[in-house]
Design a protein around this ligand. Structure first.
Ligand SMILES: [Fe+2]
Ligand SMILES: [Fe+2]
Length: 189
């Protein structure tokens, strides 16, 4: 006899209980409320990043080559996709995705900075990506093996944010923008 048979019977019985919980079965190892809260913070971050990149896309068009604006638009669309994926997972976990504009910036990890010049926009976008990278890495670590589906999703999004940061750094180098130094404290005299 297959030693898994009794387990399968138990799994079948457990699966019939609490079917209203959908994808959440008794072996779900994470604290669902905490995961939903973290995902809602990530959702707010993605929405704020989408809005910031859109603003930069539309206002950068008059400032420089179409290439930079195109990069902003591409990032905006990818952040929107991340927001959609995160909202979908929140619902799958039985939570409520929070799209409320009233509290969006307070819940977002990254900030909404309009930027008055192209270098400022690129710098602010890079800072926002670095914030997302750090906080998503923390979420991935927290999830560990307790909720591998959410962890995989956040790992995929994290990889994309790392790509975005790299794109922005390449832009800074291509355009020879002198903004790296401006983020450092002034040297001591
Ligand atoms: Fe994103
Ligand atoms: Fe990003």
């Amino acid at each position: 006899m297959n030693e898994f048979v009794s387990d399968i019977q138990a799994i079948r019985e457990r699966a019939r209980r609490h079917i209203e919980e959908g994808a959440i079965t008794p072996s779900y190892g994470a604290d669902k409320d905490v995961v939903v809260r973290l995902l809602n913070e990530a959702l707010a971050t993605e929405l704020v990043c989408t809005l910031r990149y859109k603003r930069h896309y539309y206002t950068a068009r008059g400032l420089t080559s179409a290439g930079v604006a195109a990069e902003f638009l591409e990032h905006a669309n990818e952040e929107q996709l991340h927001a959609d994926q995160i909202a979908e997972r929140i619902v799958q976990l039985g939570g409520e995705p929070d799209f409320s504009p009233d509290t969006l910036t307070a819940r977002s990890h990254a900030e909404y900075v309009e930027g008055n010049s192209l270098p400022e926009m690129i710098k602010e976008d890079l800072v926002a990506e670095r914030i997302a990278i750090e906080s998503y890495r923390d979420i991935v670590q927290y999830l560990g093996n307790h909720d591998s589906t959410t962890r995989r999703l956040m790992e995929e999004i994290l990889a994309k944010e790392e790509e975005h940061a790299e794109d922005l750094l390449s832009l800074i180098q291509e355009l020879r923008l002198d903004i790296i130094g401006s983020t450092q404290p002034p040297p001591a005299t």
